[in-house]
Design a protein around this ligand. Structure first.
Ligand code: PLP
Length: 481
């Protein structure tokens, strides 16, 4: 196919590129050295992006004159570099396991900059949290019993936040497996927590929720429902310090709206059989044909969206109750602190994954397959596909063979499903062995959330890019430690 054919047939999804990634991938020698030393793939991180994202949230919260605290949800990326950067800039950490919490304590984090939200809380992690007086977000009565018992054993009290769910939106109740219903939470806080009660060692401090999905309206509604509970508690002289709204702040990955819409339309056509497949074996990523009709919806992250990060927060704070009062002013007049736990959005544009090309071949359907030295678990989230175009970096560009081409990137696990991107990717030419494929913006979940050591492959090395203000000083890559 000619270039025009390829690019017209296969929709592009041009990524937003951070300038640091653009300059990194022009440093062929630095990259070659890093691959030689650490193997493929490489995860490369850049902490100033984290600090910028943090500041963008702080600016909105300050503008609304809200008391606030931001906790980085570590589960989005395991690197210590971000924890250290958080500590340096005054950002807290949301921890979800013993090791996540212990590492933060080892780095001498201030205890009121930490929160434990783990979905399953072992006795060991509860003991660690209570003994250091770390706020624990409780999810159910069995956890309250456990935390209370350990606090009594340690002759201490335990500060707890109460996780709630089951909010109402669009005439429906939002399902969650997490948390107490608001009614259960009120019963717990009013009748079961505190001196001379069942949970006498617990101290109620605030409410917590973390909603699935990416609706600022649902978060606005949830805040309003929680504020009503806080008002009812205040009438009983029970004070609430904060509401923690969890994470889920959107990230925008893509440069162009039109490309996103064209992609979705083309995918639908392909699934209907009216266009050549643009995904591996014509997988629908959520769309499917049933009795000749197209059903379903795209089951991926909304990679293109127009209210990312601080704009999402701004929208949530402007959400109004039925009297026309905005969430921001409801919080401010009651002096309730707002807490956020962003994960993905704090590491937006703060990491990239690079892998070496190992082989090229054609499969029995004449698809070009490009084998990369990495496996699917090293770039996977819960989304059905990672919908952005990778970049090809070649050391030796032979312009004569520079014919745009389309193919699938495949990985090292001996599974038919070890396809790195389900979408067919357009590359400027057939890659050479040893070329590098760069996946931009992978720090949030893509690198670490599902990585495994099957086949005894080593986990990818995590490197941190260091550059000084002085442009004469060369870029440096150091191990994350
Ligand atoms: C996953 C999670 C977060 C972070 O969510 P993001 O979508 O990465 O912002 C925050 N809080 C809790 C309790 C979580 O489970």
């Amino acid at each position: 196919m000619t270039f025009n054919n390829v690019s017209m047939t296969y929709p592009r999804l041009t990524p937003l590129m951070a300038p640091w990634v653009t300059s990194l991938i022009s440093q062929q020698e630095l990259l070659d050295q890093a691959f030689q030393q650490y193997g493929s793939p490489l995860n490369i991180h850049h902490t100033p992006a984290f600090a910028d994202n943090y500041q963008s949230y702080v600016a909105v919260l300050q503008h609304h004159e809200l008391r606030h605290q931001i906790f980085f949800a570590r589960k989005a990326n395991k690197c210590k570099a971000f924890v250290k950067e958080a500590q340096r800039i005054g950002c807290g950490i949301d921890t979800a396991s013993y090791r996540e919490l212990q590492q933060c304590l080892d780095l001498s984090f201030e205890v009121d900059q930490l929160v434990l939200t783990a979905a399953i809380k072992s006795e060991k992690v509860v003991r660690l949290a209570v003994s250091h007086q770390i706020l624990i977000v409780v999810d159910n009565l069995d956890e309250c019993i456990l935390v209370n018992r350990i606090a009594q054993e340690l002759r201490m009290s335990a500060r707890v936040g109460v996780r709630v769910s089951g909010f109402h939106s669009g005439g429906q109740q939002l399902y969650s497996r997490f948390g107490f219903s608001l009614d259960q939470a009120m019963e717990l806080i009013i009748h079961q927590i505190g001196p001379d009660r069942m949970f006498e060692a617990l101290r109620f401090t605030g409410f917590h929720f973390h909603l699935n999905g990416y609706s600022w309206q649902e978060r606005g509604t949830a805040l309003i429902e929680v504020i009503q509970c806080i008002d009812a508690l205040r009438e009983r002289d029970i004070m609430t310090e904060f509401i923690d709204v969890g994470g889920g702040f959107l990230v925008n990955y893509l440069a162009y709206k039109e490309e996103w819409h064209t992609f979705i339309e083309t995918l639908q056509c392909a699934v209907r059989g009216q266009h050549v497949p643009i995904t591996f074996l014509n997988t629908g990523l959520g769309f499917e044909m049933i009795h000749g009709q197209l059903h379903g919806h795209l089951q991926t992250y909304p990679y293109y969206n127009e209210l990312p990060r601080e704009q999402f927060l701004e929208a949530m704070l402007s959400y109004q109750n039925s009297q026309g009062e905005a969430v921001a002013s409801l919080l401010r007049t009651r002096d309730i602190a707002l807490r956020l736990e962003p994960g993905r959005s704090l590491v937006d544009q703060a990491g990239t994954t690079l892998a070496k090309v190992a082989f090229r071949k054609h499969d029995s359907q004449n698809n070009l397959l490009i084998g990369l030295e990495m496996n699917r678990t090293q770039m996977t989230s819960s989304s059905a596909d990672f919908l952005i175009d990778p970049l090809l970096i070649s050391s030796t560009v032979d312009t004569r063979s520079s014919e745009p081409t389309v193919g699938f990137l495949v990985g090292a696990y001996c599974l038919e499903q070890d396809i790195l991107l389900k979408r067919a990717v357009v590359l400027p030419r057939i890659p050479a062995i040893g070329d590098i494929v760069c996946f931009p913006n992978t720090a949030g979940y893509m690198m670490h959330f599902f990585e495994s050591e099957a086949h005894l492959f080593d986990l990818a090395t995590n490197l941190v890019l260091i550059h000084s203000e002085d442009t004469q000083v060369p870029l440096q890559l150091i191990e994350d430690m």
